[in-house]
Design a protein around this ligand. Structure first.
Ligand code: ATP
Ligand code: MG
Length: 281
C-alpha cells in the first residue's frame, strides 16, 4: 500500500457562523488531494458556498483550521498570498468577480498582482483564454459579454493563477448544454495537467459523471467518499434533498438484463448508454 499523500488543502474540524447568525458549518473535515475532481452537493442554504469560501481563505474558520500542504494557514497577508497561489475560488455570479474593462485585463489582474514579469503574465493570460476557449474575446469589454462568456472569463482569471486547486461555485449554472460540455472538457484538460477541481453543483448526474469524490452536506454534517458510493445512498440523498442520479437505476436494470457485467461501470451519459445499447444489440 502506498502512503497516503498530504492533501493540498484541507479543512480540519472546521466550524463557522456568520456574524449574529447560527452555526452554518460545524466539525467539517474536507481534504482535497492533488489532481482530484470533487463534487460538493447539498440543498440551498446548506453551506456549500460558505465551505468553498472557508477553503479558499475568503472566510476564516471560527473553529478548527485550514491547512495548506499540512500546515495551518496564517490569515495574514503572506499566508493568504501563499494560499491564493495554490487555491483559487471562482464565485457563482461572474459579475461579482469581473471588474476590469476588458477580458484580457481582467484575466491578467491576478498574475500581475503576484508581481510576475510582463512576459510571464502574457503567457498565462494567453494560456487561460485558450483553455477557456475565449481567445477571440480578449479585447471585449466584460460588460458586453453574454452570461456564459462572462462565466468563462471569470474562470480564466482563476486559471491564469495556475492554482493547484481550482474551486468553482456552481460553474455550470446558466450555461447551455454545449457550454457545459465545453467547460467539462476544459476541466478534464486542467485535471490531466494535475489541477484538482472542486465544484459545488446541484446536478447529481453531472457529479456522478465528472467527479471522483463527492462531498454531501446534509443537516447531519458533511459526508465525503467515492462519488458512485455516496450518490447511491438514498437516505443521504434524501437528507441533502438531492435527486437520484438516473445512471444508478439504469446500471441496475442493465445488470439484471445481463447487458452490463457485474463490477463494470454503468453508462453515465445518454451517449454512453446509446453506445452500450448499440454494442449489445
Ligand atoms: N453573508 C452572509 N451573512 C449571513 N448569513 C449568510 C451569509 N451568506 C450565507 N448565509 C447563510 O448561511 C447559510 C449557508 O449559505 P450558503 O450560501 O453557504 O449555502 P449554499 O449551500 O451555497 O446554498 P445555495 O445552494 O443556495 O447556493 C444560509 O442559511 C445563508 O442564509
Ligand atoms: Mg451557494
Amino acid at each position: 500500500m502506498t502512503a497516503p499523500t498530504t492533501p493540498v488543502v484541507e479543512l480540519a474540524h472546521a466550524g463557522f457562523a456568520y456574524e449574529d447568525g447560527p452555526e452554518v458549518l460545524s466539525d467539517v473535515c474536507f481534504a482535497v488531494a492533488g489532481g482530484r475532481a470533487v463534487a460538493l452537493l447539498g440543498r440551498n442554504g446548506g453551506g456549500k458556498t460558505t465551505l468553498l469560501r472557508l477553503l479558499s481563505g475568503g472566510l476564516r474558520c471560527g473553529a478548527g483550521a485550514l491547512l495548506l500542504d499540512g500546515a495551518e494557514v496564517a490569515y495574514d497577508r503572506k499566508g493568504l498570498t501563499r494560499l491564493r497561489t495554490s487555491v483559487q475560488l471562482v464565485v457563482q455570479d461572474p459579475d461579482d468577480q469581473l471588474f476590469a474593462a476588458s477580458v484580457a485585463q481582467d484575466v491578467s489582474f491576478g498574475p500581475m498582482n503576484l508581481g510576475l514579469p510582463e512576459e510571464e503574465v502574457r503567457l498565462r493570460v494567453d494560456g487561460a483564454l485558450a483553455a477557456l476557449d475565449i481567445t477571440p474575446l480578449a479585447d471585449r469589454p466584460t460588460h458586453l459579454l453574454s452570461y456564459g462568456q462572462r462565466k468563462r472569463a471569470a474562470i480564466a482569471g482563476a486559471v491564469a493563477m495556475r492554482p493547484r486547486v481550482l474551486v468553482l461555485d456552481e460553474p455550470t449554472a446558466g450555461l447551455d448544454p454545449d457550454g457545459q460540455e465545453r467547460l467539462l472538457e476544459t476541466l478534464e484538460r486542467l485535471r490531466a495537467a494535475g489541477t484538482a477541481v472542486v465544484m459545488a453543483t446541484h446536478d447529481v448526474d453531472l457529479a456522478l459523471r465528472w467527479a471522483d469524490e463527492a462531498a454531501v452536506l446534509s443537516p447531519a454534517g458533511l459526508r465525503t467518499g467515492p462519488v458512485g458510493e455516496l450518490l447511491a445512498d438514498g437516505a443521504l440523498l434524501d437528507a441533502a434533498r438531492l435527486r437520484r442520479p438516473w445512471a444508478t437505476p439504469v446500471a441496475r436494470l442493465l445488470r439484471s438484463r445481463g447487458l452490463l457485467p457485474e463490477g463494470a461501470r454503468g453508462p453515465r451519459t445518454a451517449e454512453e448508454l446509446d453506445a452500450l445499447l448499440a454494442r449489445t444489440g
